[in-house]
Write a new protein. Structure first.
Length: 327
């Protein structure tokens, strides 16, 4: 065996050991927040497994090549096993829903607003619309006569703009309890975590919209808040009679165990195959953390993402079909 082939062989074996370790971590994702982080990179695991399979097929041992192949097949299966809503590609009565984390420090705000103006989604869910976005978002006021919350231009939280009439807006703080906001920093932070619910009158029916932006999973405390947030959203979605749309920056891929309540008890499904929306600045690590979910009262006509608009997220836009169409 040549020196080059020997080096490639040992690099591949080390890579296989790393991939096996990452795979093991995904099975432990429900027990520790660090392990949960490994559950998000399924597509990357598939690519790595494919490369390792070829390297090991060339350098031997053959069992290692087979092992790499099986790991790749496993992660590919998990990638594709995300529950997705029923599709109707010929739907004529369409409602387009866009979710976009604007990024509070975005340096290309004009381009972001121009893209929204060009696409003109029927329902727009925004996050990180901080005060420095206010004057830019004002450009959308004429095109979106309905918007919540009242301070939507600088709400710095889940926000909904709509071509359809909105009613019954409500800010839900799942961790708010009496006196909690007077506690320590962690308690005050938890008390401020929120999502937005509102009812859109689409055609002749009411559609519940839940706009979300849970904490990011950096450490056990924040991960626990994110997980509890999903449980609260799932309970609300299940208790809602009629069509439900849940959209926003979820700070989680659908392969994390934390997502299970949304699919199972919440009876929600994705609007399509998960699309890589974050981070825009490191494409090799892109993972799908922005989503549009629906319940079984809605079918989908497609989902797309992009482009890079100065945020660390790509926008995501889903085409939905309401039962009974529009009037």
């Amino acid at each position: 065996m040549t020196v080059v082939r020997t080096i490639v062989r040992w690099l591949a074996i080390l890579g296989l050991a790393g991939l096996a370790g990452a795979t093991l971590a995904t099975f432990l994702a429900g027990f520790l927040w660090l392990f949960d982080l490994f559950s998000h990179f399924r597509l990357q695991y598939v690519v790595v497994a494919a490369v390792l399979t070829l390297m090991l097929a060339w350098t031997r041992p053959r069992w290692a090549s087979v092992a790499a192949l099986l790991l790749g097949v496993w992660h590919g299966y998990i990638f594709l096993s995300v529950p997705t809503a029923q599709a109707d590609l010929l739907c004529k009565q369409q409602v387009r829903v866009m979710a976009f984390n604007l990024l509070y420090r975005n340096q290309d705000m004009d381009a972001a607003i121009a893209a929204i103006e060009a696409k003109r989604p029927d329902i727009l869910v925004l996050e990180e619309n901080t005060p420095n976005w206010s004057s830019h978002l004002e450009r959308l006021a004429d095109d979106y006569p309905y918007a919540v919350p009242e301070n939507w231009r600088d709400a710095n939280g889940p926000t909904v703009l709509s071509h359809f009439a909105l009613s019954d807006p409500r800010i839900v703080r799942p961790f708010e309890t009496p006196g909690l906001d007077n506690g320590d920093d962690r308690q005050r932070f938890a008390a401020g975590v929120r999502y937005l619910t509102v009812t859109a009158r689409i055609g002749e029916q009411d559609v519940a919209i839940i706009a979300v932006h849970p904490p990011y999973p950096n450490g056990g405390f924040l991960t626990g808040l994110r997980n509890g947030y999903f449980v609260s959203v799932a309970e609300l979605a299940r208790a809602t009679d009629g069509p439900v749309i849940v959209a926003g920056d979820f700070n989680s891929t659908p392969w994390s165990p934390a997502f299970d309540p949304l699919f199972e008890s919440g009876r929600l499904a994705g609007a399509g195959v998960p699309l890589m929306t974050w981070p825009t600045w490191f494409p090799l690590a892109d993972i799908p953390i922005d989503h549009v979910l629906v319940n079984d009262r809605i079918v989908v006509g497609g989902v797309e993402w992009g482009p890079d608009l100065g945020s660390d997220h790509y926008l995501i836009e889903a085409t939905l079909c309401m039962p009974g169409g529009l009037s």
